[in-house]
Write a protein that binds this ligand. Structure first.
Ligand code: HEC
Length: 114
């Protein structure tokens, strides 16, 4: 078989384009997960998804609440420095949480009834 024929070269080019396309699609996926969401799941969820702190999902709390609470801390909650999490990441975190459903919605529906 002669691999240098134009037909073979065209097929190789197509295969390369297809792989390149698949790679781009796969790489685009994680971009929808913000640094704020990652930080929440790694750090804040240790308290806020375990009953130590109040539930924060689906409450649509204002962005300022997250910035102020994180900077000052609150009773059992430690303060977070700007080197721990910056304001932009806290805003992303607030937006991520605003986009989530309230805990328990999966079983009961928004009003808690079945
Ligand atoms: C060590 C446990 C702990 C961690 C980690 C933690 N929190 Fe908290 N958080 C608490 C507790 C406890 C409260 C309730 C404080 C109170 O009012 O008594 C709270 C309260 C809050 C409130 C106020 C909620 C309300 O109902 O008004 C916000 C907002 C909040 N935390 C955001 C965050 C964010 C954002 C992070 C991550 C950057 C975080 N917390 C990490 C324990 C924690």
């Amino acid at each position: 078989m002669n691999f240098a024929t134009p037909k073979y070269r065209a097929l190789t080019t197509l295969a390369c384009l297809w792989f390149a396309g698949a790679g781009t699609a796969a790489a685009a996926e994680p971009a929808t997960i913000s640094a704020g969401q990652v930080y929440f799941e790694k750090i804040c969820a240790k308290c806020h998804e375990t009953g130590i702190g109040p539930e924060l999902t689906g409450r649509d709390l204002p962005e300022a609440t997250f910035i102020v609470t994180a900077r000052i801390g609150r009773n059992g909650m430690p303060a977070f420095r700007i080197t721990d999490i910056d304001d932009q990441t806290l805003i992303e975190l607030a937006r991520y949480l605003a986009s989530t459903a309230r805990a328990g919605d999966a079983e009961g529906g928004a009003d808690g009834r079945r």
